[in-house]
Every structure is written in structure tokens, then in C-alpha cells.
Design a protein around this ligand. Structure first.
Ligand SMILES: Nc1ncnc2c1ncn2[C@@H]1O[C@H](COP(=O)(O)OP(=O)(O)OP(=O)(O)O)[C@@H](O)[C@H]1O
Length: 629
């Protein structure tokens, strides 16, 4: 009888080297080819944890894989996004072409790492950090030998592996086409990660000028002083930095030109390509990148609506660990996907626009435009033409050929109406008609044009009360309020600590992360945050600056309104490890430093510290500090 664990002819001889190495590893991991490992049950709790842990990657991968699924799903491919450990985060493949066998294998939470199931496409791509095809008998497990897997790794701007994309099929459909599509999707996700680096100058490079602006361009993110904050994989290849990790790289070590002069040339050229030469001698074309706008064009292959209000705030930095918020957003996403209008309410800075973008980017209209309008910010005289557009000759000063309004620009995508409570009454009636009839008439036009938009509205106002006071149309409220989601204020959220960490990372991108003392953390957690997440970000940015690279954020680095505004519950517990005398000494040093730096100028020192002059005087008296020491 043949023992399946020890075949007489060593099948490894016929395997490509990359797969052979993977078989060797699988054997070392103690896996037997006859093991049944693929169809193990995955609990709902594990699936939820995997999704939560990988929200950022999944959010970026979703539109790319949805688009790819659209083009190759019919050929029987099912797609999956995996994290860096090889665990499936999300799948795409509910098309009639994908069989239930694939759906049994590719499930969220299943680990396809080599250590879990031996040689397979994504497991091998992750271990080798290379694209790979693992076909039929090349799989280590007998139970996977009916599969063909094509997989490519995905890297972050620091060159670290963040996950992999996989296309699996039961037939030998065109693996080349699947590989090409996956590679493009991986590049597009990597570019999204690049656009997500805050406060970075983005430069696009490629030896061919016509490749600039495509997912195949090289991208560099630079700090104001010309240090590299991140590179996509194409840029790493072009600049021979494939294995470079960490450490500061200066622009001048990569290019044969000084950074500031190059920036002047790029800015002067606007969007025209500028010639650059890498220090290795490679001639390149370069263009300056444009944040959110670039992100949309390059990655979605869809031209953004001209003049659309595209806030560059990318979603990758979004933290959502509060179970209640997560649940609300899950419902909101479901409602949005079914074309049920969602009304988001909450104080300013609670993340209403972020929530709207999450719905759009994760929903069926992700490939269409997202057009945000702040209804309180458009001058009354322009509001009609802004919303509905106009035809040529509609009014003096109008553009020849007319112009599309925001509603038309949002066609095929999402219209986000922020501060809807501030919309003028006359316009409310017209908006209602558009929503009912799903068509718009440009100013001066005689004919209506059909539009297909999903509408998400937001306000910090109490709309029912506004209706009662006659400031808002009741029929419009019914129309926009399919599902009401009230986003909690920051002080009500259970994930403030996660948000603090996220914002510290952002504020210190490319720098050593400062620590945060127990007392400072308690102080932050206990504050009432009237400005919510926006205010938290600002405070942490300033505190990071005071704490300096890799230092420790102490209460004295926080604005006085925060340290003074602690609620009793948030006051330090008796067992607080940081002693009060230590904090006072810190504060004393801090004030002395500010006075020294400003040569005893009280107003400048107070400004530097972020407290009022009176408070500074009070503290100086308390500690016995003279202005000039
Ligand atoms: N969950 C989150 N994780 C990280 N950052 C967030 C999150 N939610 C919101 N933010 C950030 O907080 C800021 C405010 O968010 P946003 O503009 O969505 O709030 P808003 O409620 O629409 O504010 P406003 O009412 O003032 O328009 C933004 O900078 C956004 O990036």
C-alpha cells in the first residue's frame, strides 16, 4: 500500500525552486501531506477579531479587489486579501463563476500561512516576499491539490510586508491574467498606503513620463526637509532600495540634485514632468503629487469630479475599536449598500465625514466619485449653481459650455451633504425634488438629466427641533433620514486610548514615537474634549513637539485647559506611579526652558508653552522663577 506521507518518487524534483523551498519548510513545520487542515472551523469571534485587526488593509484592498473581481471573477477566480501572517481578512467571489468549494476554503479567519497548512500560493508569497503561482500538485496538502493559487505580497511605505492578495481557482484558467490583475491591485494598495502618510510631500517618478499618474509609477513621500518618509515598491526598484529598511534616507543620496532646488523646479512646472537623475545614473521623469486627488485618479482609474470637495483625509488612519461605533457603522454600511439614505449626527469632529467615506469606500459605489459639500459654507448667491450647475449663457460670467453642479459630479457615486441643517429653505425643496425624481435640471436648462447618486447627510443640529421651529422641511427630513446614526463624542468612546496611539503615530511619522506617562494618559482620557477627535489630534501634535523625539509626554506638555479641566474621576489614583514632585520638577524645567529660549519674554514663553500670560506669571510665582535667570 502506498503511504501518502512517503511517496516513492520524490515529487519535489519536479517543483520550481521557490515551491521546493516552501515544501522543505512545510516538512520542517511537521505537517503531513495527508493532514486535513483547510476546512477547520473558524469561530465568528475570531473572524471579527481578524477583521478588526486589519481594518486598514481591508479598507484599502476592498475597492481594488472588487474591481478585479468584476473583471476576472467570471473566469472562476475567487479573490482574498490576507494579513502579514497569512490569515484571510476578506474575500471577493460571490460571482456565479466561483464554486462553493472555493468558498469553503477561502473564509475570513482561515490561516494560509505555510506553518498552518504547508505550501500554498499566499503562504509561499508571504514567506518568500515574492509573487508566486502554486498549481495543483505543487500544493503540499493532498486536500489542496485541486486548487490553483496566484498570490502577490503587499508592502507598506517602509518596505515592510503588510499582507498578500490571492486569486484561487479550480481550473487552470488564465493564471497570467490573474497575476497581472493582482500585481496591479497590490501596487494600487501600496500607493494608497503612500498617500496616507500625513504631512508628506509626494513625488511621482518613472523613466517614462506617460507612466506618471498610473498605479505603476514610483512614489516617494518626503518630509519638508527632504528626508524620505516612505517609498512604494516601484520607487524602491527604480532607486535600487529594494532591501532598504528604516533609517533616515536623504533626498540627495537618491538624486543628483539638491532637494530644495528640485522642489522649486517641480512646483514651478506644476503638473509638467521634470527631468531628474538618480544617483545610480537612471534618467527619470518626476512630478509633484497631489494627495487625495492623485489617490482617486491613480487608484480607482476613475477621474474625480472636477472641482469636487475631496478632503485629502485618508481613511487608512481611521481607528475604530469602540464596539458600539463599530456596530453602528456596520448597520450604516449595510443601509448605504441598499440605497437607504443615512443621516449622521454628532458634535463637530466626531468623525461624520470619515464615516461617510468609510461607507462609500467599502460600498458598491467605491469606484465612483465621493463629493462632499458643506451646505453652510457655500455663499447663498452661488448655492443653486454649485448644486445644480448651469448651461452656457445662464448668467453673465458663466463658463462657456456651462458647468456641472456637485450633484452631477457625484453621479455614479456618493453625495455627502455636510451641515444639511444649514441648507437654505428654498434649496431644501429643490433637493427634495432631486431625491424623489432622481434627476436634475441645470440652471437655464429646459431638460432634466437623470442622476444616480447615494446620499449621505450629516449635521450637528437637532433636525426634529429645527423642523418644529420651521427651519427645516419635515418631508426632506423623512427623505434623508432612512437610518439615523448618532456618532458619540470622543469622551463617550471606549477607544480613546487607541485613538491617542494612532494620532501619536501620525504626529511623529518618521520620528521616534514619544512615550506617554501614566498621569498624562489619565489626564487625556479624563478630559471632556469639546472639539473631539480633531482637538485630540492637535493636542498630541503639540505635546509630541514639546516631548521631542522619543521623549515622554508629561502633563506639563498638555494645554492648561486639559490639565485644569480634569473631571474628578480622572484625577490620578493614589497608586499613581509618577510622583507629583516629579511632575512639578518637569513643569519647572519646562517653564525655565521656555523663558531661556525666549530670553525672558513672558508673552512669547506663554505662547510657546500654550498657556496664558497670567497663568505663566502665577506658575513663576509659585516656583519662584525670575523671567531672566
Ligand atoms: N475613527 C477615527 N480615527 C481616526 N481619525 C478620525 C476618526 N474619526 C475622525 N477622525 C479625524 O477627526 C477629524 C474630524 O473628523 P470629521 O471631519 O469626519 O468629523 P465631522 O464630524 O465631520 O466634523 P465636522 O462636524 O466639524 O464637519 C478628522 O481629521 C478625521 O481624520
Amino acid at each position: 500500500m502506498i503511504n501518502p506521507d512517503q511517496p516513492r518518487i520524490d515529487p519535489r524534483q519536479r517543483l520550481p525552486e521557490i515551491v521546493r523551498n516552501s515544501w522543505d519548510r512545510s516538512r520542517r513545520y511537521g505537517i503531513s501531506p495527508s493532514d486535513s487542515l483547510l476546512l477547520n472551523e473558524v469561530s465568528k469571534a475570531l473572524q471579527r477579531r481578524v477583521r478588526e485587526r486589519n481594518q486598514r488593509l481591508a479598507g484599502f484592498a476592498a475597492p481594488e479587489l472588487a474591481a478585479l473581481q468584476h473583471s476576472i471573477g467570471g473566469a472562476g477566480w475567487m479573490l482574498a486579501c490576507l494579513d502579514e501572517e497569512g490569515t484571510i481578512v476578506s474575500t471577493f467571489g460571490k460571482s456565479p463563476g466561483a464554486s462553493s468549494r472555493l468558498e469553503q476554503v477561502l473564509r475570513t479567519g482561515v490561516s494560509l500561512s505555510e506553518i498552518a497548512v504547508g505550501t500554498n500560493g499566499p503562504g509561499c508569497a508571504i514567506a518568500e516576499r515574492k509573487p508566486v503561482v502554486v498549481s495543483g500538485c505543487e500544493h503540499y496538502l493532498q486536500e489542496a491539490k485541486d486548487l490553483v493559487c496566484v498570490a502577490v505580497p503587499v508592502f507598506d511605505p517602509a518596505g515592510e510586508l503588510v499582507g498578500a492578495l490571492d486569486a484561487s481557482s479550480l481550473s487552470h484558467s488564465d493564471a497570467g491574467a490573474a497575476m497581472e490583475g493582482l500585481a496591479l491591485a497590490a501596487r494600487a494598495i501600496e500607493n494608497r498606503l503612500m498617500y496616507d502618510i500625513r504631512n508628506a510631500i509626494l513625488i511621482r517618478i518613472h523613466p517614462r513620463s506617460d507612466m506618471l499618474g498610473t498605479p505603476l509609477e514610483g512614489l516617494l513621500a518626503l518630509s519638508e526637509d527632504g528626508c524620505v518618509l516612505g517609498l512604494n515598491q516601484t520607487a524602491r526598484h527604480l532607486l535600487a532600495l529594494v532591501d532598504a529598511r528604516g533609517g533616515k534616507i536623504a533626498f540627495e543620496t537618491l538624486f543628483d540634485a539638491p532637494f530644495h532646488r528640485t522642489m522649486d523646479r517641480l512646483r514651478a512646472a506644476r503638473q509638467a514632468p521634470v527631468q531628474l537623475r538618480g544617483t545610480g545614473g537612471l534618467a527619470l521623469h518626476a512630478r509633484i503629487g497631489l494627495g487625495g486627488e492623485v489617490r482617486r485618479e491613480a487608484l480607482r482609474g476613475v477621474k474625480s469630479a472636477p472641482g469636487a470637495d475631496l478632503a485629502a483625509g485618508p481613511l487608512a488612519g481611521v481607528t475604530q475599536r469602540d464596539a458600539r461605533v463599530e456596530e453602528m457603522l456596520r448597520h450604516a454600511r449595510r443601509a448605504y449598500a441598499r440605497d437607504i439614505p443615512v443621516l449622521l449626527t454628532g458634535e463637530t469632529g466626531t468623525g461624520k465625514e470619515v464615516a461617510a467615506r468609510l461607507m462609500h469606500d467599502g460600498g458598491p459605489r467605491a469606484l465612483g466619485p465621493f463629493v462632499a459639500i458643506n451646505c453652510s459654507a457655500i455663499p447663498a448667491s452661488l448655492i443653486e449653481s454649485e448644486f445644480f450647475g448651469y448651461v452656457e449663457g445662464a448668467f453673465t460670467g458663466g463658463r462657456s459650455g456651462g458647468a456641472a453642479g456637485k450633484m452631477e459630479q457625484a453621479n455614479g457615486g456618493t453625495l455627502f451633504l455636510d451641515e444639511i441643517g444649514d441648507m437654505p429653505h428654498e434649496l431644501q425643496g429643490r433637493l427634495l425634488r432631486v431625491l424623489q425624481e432622481r434627476s436634475i435640471t441645470r440652471l437655464g436648462a429646459s431638460k432634466a438629466t437623470g442622476i444616480d447618486i447615494a446620499v449621505i447627510c450629516a449635521t450637528h443640529r437637532d433636525l426634529p427641533r429645527l423642523v418644529a421651529a420651521g427651519g427645516f422641511r419635515e418631508d426632506l427630513l423623512y427623505r434623508i433620514n432612512g437610518l439615523h446614526v448618532r456618532l458619540p463624542a470622543l469622551r463617550e468612546r471606549g477607544d480613546i486610548d487607541a485613538l491617542i496611539l494612532q494620532m501619536l503615530r501620525e504626529a511623529n511619522a518618521g520620528l521616534e514615537l514619544p512615550r506617554i506617562s501614566g498621569l498624562a494618559m489619565r489626564t487625556l482620557l479624563g478630559y471632556a474634549w469639546p472639539g473631539n477627535i480633531r482637538q485630540l489630534r492637535h493636542v498630541l501634535r503639540i505635546a509630541s513637539m514639546y516631548a521631542e523625539d522619543g521623549g515622554c509626554i508629561e502633563p506639563c506638555h498638555l494645554p492648561e485647559e486639559i490639565t485644569g479641566g480634569m473631571r474628578p474621576a480622572a484625577r490620578p489614583a493614589v497608586d499613581e506611579p509618577v510622583s507629583l514632585s516629579h511632575i512639578k520638577r518637569n513643569e519647572l524645567d519646562f517653564i525655565r526652558g521656555a523663558l531661556r529660549a525666549t530670553r525672558g519674554n513672558i508673552s512669547a514663553a506663554a505662547l510657546h508653552i500654550g498657556i496664558s500670560r497670567q497663568t505663566l506669571y502665577r506658575k513663576m510665582r509659585l516656583y519662584g522663577i525670575e523671567a531672566r535667570q
